[in-house]
Design a protein around this ligand. Structure first.
Ligand code: DQA
Length: 138
């Protein structure tokens, strides 16, 4: 089973970015742990700070993988375009967030991804990604 993780803006600086919210681990280190934990799966990941690149990545991944885990980061709350892409593609997309966005600022309660996501997992720290993978496999 192939699962592709797509991370949006500022998730490339995890580890040093507001560690009290997002933790001290880099995504690269966490991804290595995921590969170890889910050896039977083909995991891949992509990160971009650019909205259009995220859209192209989702379009390209469609039909080439069995599931997509998307943390669109701040674009979650602003991007109708990424929401449209999630709606347009056939591959199931699980929306994840490291933090509990509903317990934060008002603007983080809005998601353009959720209405078209297969499921949403948030607030479990980096474990949110692990739980999303498990939901594809069980
Ligand atoms: C985030 C939550 C977003 O509101 C924020 O803009 C991010 C990270 C999370 O994973 O908790 O960049 O998606």
């Amino acid at each position: 089973m192939k699962i592709h993780i797509v991370n949006g803006p500022n998730l490339n600086i995890l580890g040093k970015r507001e560690p009290e919210i997002y933790g001290k681990s880099t995504f690269k280190d966490y991804f290595t742990e995921l590969q170890f934990q889910f050896k039977e799966l083909e995991l891949s990941y992509f990160q971009s700070n650019i909205e259009g690149e995220l859209i192209s990545e989702l379009q390209e991944a469609d039909d080439n993988v069995d599931g997509i885990i998307l943390n669109a980061a701040a674009y979650t709350h602003t991007s109708i375009a990424i929401g449209d892409t999630v709606k347009a593609i056939g591959t199931p997309v699980i929306e994840v967030h490291i933090s509990n966005t509903h317990a934060r600022e008002e603007f983080r309660k809005q998601s353009y991804i959720s209405p078209n996501a297969f499921g949403v997992i948030l607030g479990f720290g980096l474990r949110s990604y692990e739980l999303a993978i498990m939901s594809f496999t069980n």
